[in-house]
Design a protein around this ligand. Sequence first.
Ligand code: NG1
Ligand code: MG
Length: 560
Amino acid sequence: MDTVPIVDSLDQIYTDGLLDQAQRYDQLAQGFEALYGQPPALIARAPGRVNLIGEHVDYCGFPVFPMAIERDCLIAVAWEPASAEARTTTTTTTTVRLSHVHSDQYPACVFTHPSPAELARHPGVPAVVDISANRLTWSNYFKCGYRGAHELMAQTAAELPASAAKPPYLSSHHHPSGLNCLMNGNIPTGAGLSSSSAFVSCAAIATMAAHELLPLTSGNANPSPPAYTITTPPSASVQRNLDRTRLTEIAISSERYVGVNSGGMDQTCSIMSQPNSASFIEFYPRLRATPVAVPRVQPALTFVIANSGVTSDKLVTAPVCYNLRVVETRLGALLLARYLGIDQRPALAQAPPNNRHFKLVMDEPSTTTTTTATATTTSPSQSLRETGWTRTQISQVLDTPWPQLERQIEVDRFPIHAEVFHVYRRAHHVFSEALRVVQFRQICQQAPLSATAVDHLFQKLGQLMNDSQTSCRDWFDCSCPELDELTYICRAAGAVGSRLTGAGWGGCTVSLVPSDRVDHFLRTVHREYYQVRNPALGDEPNQSDLFATQPGRGAVIYRV
Ligand code: NG1
Ligand code: MG
């Protein structure tokens, strides 16, 4: 089983290539003790990511190709076990205290979690923590991860056979009376580097660990029924690890509680990435992350991130940007299925995160390659392609009343504002982008030998990234003037490819730069993008907006 490593001591960070980060961990631990009067028991770490290629295709079920970056979210945690008295009852309520090292920007928050007895009265629906999607507050992301972890615990407990001992989730032994958390993150927010998913994933991991309720991994291929242990005091004979795949699935679905109908790329990359590799992430037929080493060539392939400075707050823009795109691609899948004569219901019946609407198309490779072309040339008509579809037109073609469609495409849960839906334009992007992801991976796997082959490698990868940017800009409408300008500047400054990364509408670009051109690249981009906007800037590129990055490792827990 693939697991989240639990590292036995903070010393590990010194051998983990995180030496320059050691001070940050120390400060976090000291800050924690100053705040709560006790040292943290562990520090959970989950990294951000940069998506190399494959934008807005994850929620359509197609593979993506991101890599974890060094920037990350850290959460230090300690918990108060239930009192001896409470251990004999199941009425312990958990008080969760959450603070951020930058408390001026991110005010502390306290919430309570019902006792096991209360939870037992609502079996199967652990709607235990209120996450108001209308109130935009940073702690919502923590609550998503916290609530997701509880859902995972409840799910795993429910899988125990009836004859098994009482599920530990419902036992007070596993229900701390207090949970103290302190967060520190250095991923820029609203920049397309996935600060939100790193936070949600980190919160889920920290919560699982703090509940001392970790599924055992014995290397047994068939680990059911799940085994549990209380890890205090830790038993050396017991390997305590979290199953990464289930944890990832729960982090994916729980992040949607904030109101964005997001795909699963970011949490998967944050939790499942392996050191020194990008991840080829598949969602169909099941979630899988395959490490793909970035080819080792000379000059080295270097990925440089540049922040456009345009903040894209997905929570605010979701109804006209992100959630609308999810709806447009789903409607596209339904219309395409209708034209192809495929029954779409089985795919739509699956609950998130397994709803793979484009499964239909992927399951029918021979039909689709030919028929997609036919469908797009004969129908929809040229004018519908250009003007988009109205609700009435879609209802008519699908022979389904709009209110019923709204439920199918989850508009009831994730509202949108639109009069027309550009299904053709969005589908055009999705299919071409999905192909580029597969090509990008194939090229990475064919390590070149000669110098001309290296040059060719750069050109091919760069071209795919540039084509991705064009498609995001022209078909998916998720770029913005600043991102367009920044990618032009990056290419002129020596990048072989440059594109927006993440959801777009602002945030960062990622550029592929041969290592021998990186210095020149950084200076040129600094001068032509950042200094032009702020002439007061010095000549040294600002590390927080413009930096080269290496593929980093996925989530980990440090015992302090
Ligand atoms: P950002 O906005 O960069 O965190 C989002 C989604 C991804 C994916 C990309 C676009 C979330 C948490 N993540 O990323 O699932 O759809 O946009 O490729 O919403
Ligand atoms: Mg995000």
